[in-house]
Write a protein that binds this ligand. Structure first.
Ligand code: BG6
Length: 485
């Protein structure tokens, strides 16, 4: 259990993220008995809500048995911890009033969770500081994307850090809260057999895919300004890359881990205009079929500018200039309205230097280590074995680590884990300021090139695996994207 009493002040409480992720995560922590007896959620929302709590209960309860009396009772207790009101975060005079809702007892920590667009972060922090709410006992959680390019990210960082120390700032990237990502850390650094193979000596290439079948849904207002590179590339994809590529930290503490991650980001090979052209593919979905139904193209979605050139897909070839990774490409891709929902990290090992078996099987010879983050998380090691029977025929087989859900243990959602870490004041799975800036520094040339380019994103059919140029990018290196399934 998390022992310390806390007040969680949530900005953007009626937004998509709060409804879909934050409240359900908090409710799960409550059901698991992990919250302290004294906690409060101060939910601040922008739009008028007739009955906030009731509007909250309905979607959360969809995942639970509402006929179960004890579940109802648990919800009722949960709801007693929530106060909510309409709040304009841009009006400085409102912050004084907010103070009356926040318990400022010395043993209670106050967590300000900013689930709003990052352009508001500076204003909110100034408002909190003017009302003297940024006490030693306070923490602030910032959702991604922080900024829209290097300059704006630096500006936001500066404004926030005028009022909060780095140890109080939790930049959340929920992919770091996924079970398999933490398991990847354990697998790498609690075993010798993987780490000894973990370099250009034995690895041919690494692929990271985050594919979604969903389209832009109700988030056009946000997404059309942002696009796939800022929404997923700047944070989730690069963070996964760091976890795979980092050197072993000397201990499992927030700064030791983040020191190693930032070194990876700083070692990423900078892209010039020509490189962007060759190593980055952007796409936008057109009409097609997704999960068996006909779906609209991106520019026909409600709220999207019909002339929008926002990318809904991005694929990148990333190189890391250090001894461990010289010559090993990392292929990263993410997109909406793709063929399947999947998130996988595939480590492709080199083929054997010389095969003594029938060459027709050569393709099956290369080992793979597959980290599947979702759905059905798990880890598989693809190996070769002899096919039972006459002769010596080689076939591919796998060792798989069976995840807890197969043993009927619930796998906690990433937000549950990370909210728990904020409450218990553990920054290990949060992004430090220098990481954020290093990631934007690497992305900035891509954004600049796209801005100046006359060529828009390449079209792809909804339900496909993205634009042809992405397949071509790997084909030029004599490789294919790994099949995810
Ligand atoms: C969010 C993005 O960070 O991650 C969304 O803003 C995306 O566009 C979501 O859909 C995907 O998260 P998950 O955990 O469902 O893979």
């Amino acid at each position: 259990p998390l022992n310390e009493p806390f007040d969680l002040v949530l900005f953007g409480a009626s937004g998509d993220l709060s409804t879909r992720k934050l409240f359900p995560a908090l409710f799960s922590l409550h059901l698991d008995g992990r919250l302290p007896s004294e906690w409060r959620l101060v939910a601040l929302y922008r739009r008028e809500h007739v009955d906030f709590i009731e509007n909250l209960r309905i979607p959360i309860m969809l995942n639970h048995n509402t006929n179960d009396e004890s579940m109802k009772a648990k919800w009722d207790t949960f709801a007693t911890h929530i106060v909510s009101f309409s709040f304009d975060a841009t009006a400085p005079e409102n912050y004084g009033e907010l103070k009356t809702f926040v318990n400022q007892m010395p043993d209670t920590s106050t967590i300000f969770y900013l689930a709003t667009p990052s352009v508001l972060y500076g204003k909110i922090c100034t408002g909190l500081a003017n009302a003297q709410l940024n006490t030693e006992n306070s923490r602030i959680v910032l959702e991604k994307p922080i900024g829209s390019d290097l300059t704006s990210a630096k500006d936001i960082n500066e404004l926030v850090s005028q009022h909060f120390k780095e140890q109080q700032i939790f930049r959340i990237d929920h992919y770091l809260g996924k079970e398999t990502v933490q398991n990847l850390l354990v697998l790498r650094f609690a075993n010798t057999i993987f780490e000894s193979q973990w370099s250009q000596k034995y690895i041919d290439n690494i692929q990271i895919t985050i594919s979604e079948t969903l389209g832009v849904e109700e988030r056009a207002e946000f997404y059309d300004q942002v696009g796939a590179l800022r929404d997923m590339g700047q944070n989730h994809l690069l963070q996964l890359l760091c976890i795979v590529a980092m050197e072993p930290p000397s201990r499992f503490t927030a700064d030791a881990v983040r020191d190693e991650k930032v070194k990876v980001l700083r070692a990423l090979r900078t892209l010039n205009d020509l490189d962007v052209h060759k190593k980055v593919v952007r796409g936008q979905y057109k009409t097609g079929v997704s999960n068996g139904s006909a779906v609209k193209g991106y520019v026909n979605e409600a709220g999207v500018d019909p002339a929008s050139e926002t990318e809904t897909y991005v694929a990148m070839k990333v190189e890391i200039d250090n001894w461990r990774w010289a010559g090993v490409p990392f292929y990263l891709r993410t997109g909406k309205r793709l063929a399947h929902r999947a998130c996988e990290i595939v480590v492709n090992f080199k083929e054997v230097p010389h095969s003594i078996f029938d060459l027709q099987h050569k393709k099956t010879m290369a080992n793979k280590l597959v980290f599947r983050l979702q759905p059905d998380e798990g880890i598989r090691l693809i190996l070769c074995e002899k096919k039972t029977g006459p002769g010596v025929n080689v076939r591919s087989t796998e060792l798989s680590l069976s995840p807890d859900y197969l043993h009927r243990k619930r796998v906690p959602d990433a937000y549950e884990r990370l909210l728990g870490d904020v409450i218990s004041n553990n920054q290990t799975l949060f992004v430090r300021q220098d990481e954020l800036i290093a990631a934007w520094e690497w992305l900035d040339p891509i954004l600049k090139h796209w801005n100046e380019s006359e060529q828009g994103p390449e079209p792809y059919i909804s339900g496909s695996w993205g634009p042809a140029a992405s397949t071509l990018m790997l084909a030029k290196d004599g490789r294919l994207w790994d099949e995810t399934f």
